[in-house]
Design a protein around this ligand. Structure first.
Ligand SMILES: NC(=O)c1ccc[n+]([C@@H]2O[C@H](COP(=O)([O-])OP(=O)(O)OC[C@H]3O[C@@H](n4cnc5c(N)ncnc54)[C@H](OP(=O)(O)O)[C@@H]3O)[C@@H](O)[C@H]2O)c1
Length: 332
């Protein structure tokens, strides 16, 4: 099979398209002919050895995918040959085939195309876990989403609306502001570009506070980190929940007087490890997400498509902060 491979530590330009051996489905696994692979920010980190997990080289990046079951390993009774599935694997889906634990896959509904399915399970799954399981977002509350026009951010807007929240979406450009409004944000805020000096730090906090008035944000979904986290924490409501989801702009350092002043919680969110706690976590959350999808509440937004040979360019687009919604690699 063909696969995009990382053979040396480095950026997307180091990835190469190669002919490699087909993987084999072990016990509990299924072998999938990959149709499409959704690009996620962790793909930019894993090829540079900056991610929590460091696979042995050579490896193929790609953490969420859709495809067709081509073989079934021992002890698997939940899938059959020919089933359309989507799933999650920490790496390996920027390839024509992937062998993955059956418990990490769910069936694709008939009306869902493969490209949308490849941009769904990790992206919407992370925001679902953040807002529902960790944030306890309630109807009528104000949700502030940073990096709101990215994959996880746009999903957080739509899930927030499905849960009845007022959504304030913070982004860096007018183009991204238009996109977040189209996906249901009640209000779009354009924040200054980090790194912040004292004046832009104050401006960013003021903009977010004004947008989240009168109470402030009951829940903050932070996929950006860096200087943006401090500004967002200053806009949180009394007793609010600040969800630490990602660090696209770097790992922030937070003065601990801020959570004391708002009596708020800072909550870590690690979707991949949550899945490891119970096989029910993926199946139950996917069932509710697919119900919302079928009801038209969730609309995966794919703004750019690349071939397998161009997978490095797809990852580069995300790393350069240029992606709107999701970028997908069409494998087959
Ligand atoms: N905790 C978990 O379980 C989990 C699961 C999946 C992903 N994540 C993390 O969540 C974050 C978002 O992932 P994603 O796949 O949605 O990424 P994405 O589509 O690239 O979105 C990230 C957003 O961050 C903003 N950003 C600010 N500074 C940036 C910079 N220097 N470089 C790139 N983007 C920057 C951009 O929005 P603006 O330009 O509007 O600021 C961008 O749209 C990542 O940090 C990822 O590692 C965490």
């Amino acid at each position: 099979m063909k696969a995009i491979m990382s053979r040396s530590i480095g950026g997307p330009e180091t990835l190469v398209l190669e002919e490699v051996d087909d993987p084999v489905a072990a016990a509990g696994q299924i072998l999938i002919r990959v149709k499409a692979s959704g690009v996620n920010f962790p793909d930019t980190l894993i090829i540079e050895d900056k991610y929590q997990f460091k696979p042995k080289r050579p490896f193929s990046p790609g953490a969420e995918f859709s495809g067709v079951v081509e073989a079934v390993g021992r002890d698997v009774c939940s899938f059959q040959l020919g089933d359309r599935v989507m799933g999650f694997s920490r790496w390996g889906s920027m390839a024509q085939k992937i062998a993955v634990d059956a418990s990490r896959c769910v069936m694709i509904p008939d009306n869902m195309p493969f490209d949308e399915a490849s941009a769904f399970i990790l992206t919407f799954g992370t925001s679902y876990y953040a807002l529902k399981e960790k944030g306890g977002l309630r109807s009528g509350e104000t949700l502030l989403v940073l990096g709101a026009a990215g994959g996880v951010g746009l999903a957080a807007i739509e899930i927030g609306k499905a849960m009845g929240a007022r959504v304030v979406a913070a982004v860096s450009t007018t183009e991204k502001a238009t996109l977040v409004r189209e996906h249901g944000a009640d209000r779009a805020v354009i924040y200054p570009t980090a790194p912040f000096d004292a004046s832009s730090r104050r401006d960013a906090a003021r903009l977010l506070k004004e947008a989240c008035a009168p109470d402030g944000a009951h829940v903050v979904c932070d996929v950006v980190g860096g200087d943006y986290s401090d500004a967002a924490l200053r806009a949180i409501a009394w007793d609010g929940r600040f969800l630490v989801v990602g660090f696209a702009a770097g790992i922030p350092h937070i003065p601990l007087n801020l959570p004391l002043l708002k009596s708020c919680q800072i909550i870590g969110v690690f979707w991949g490890l949550w899945l490891d706690q119970s096989e029910q976590h993926l199946s139950r959350s996917a069932a509710e997400l697919l119900k919302w999808y079928k009801g038209g509440k969730l609309r995966p937004c794919i703004s750019a498509r690349f071939s397998l040979a161009e997978a490095g360019d797809a990852i580069a687009q995300l790393a350069a902060r240029k992606a709107l919604g999701k970028v997908v690699v069409n494998v087959d």
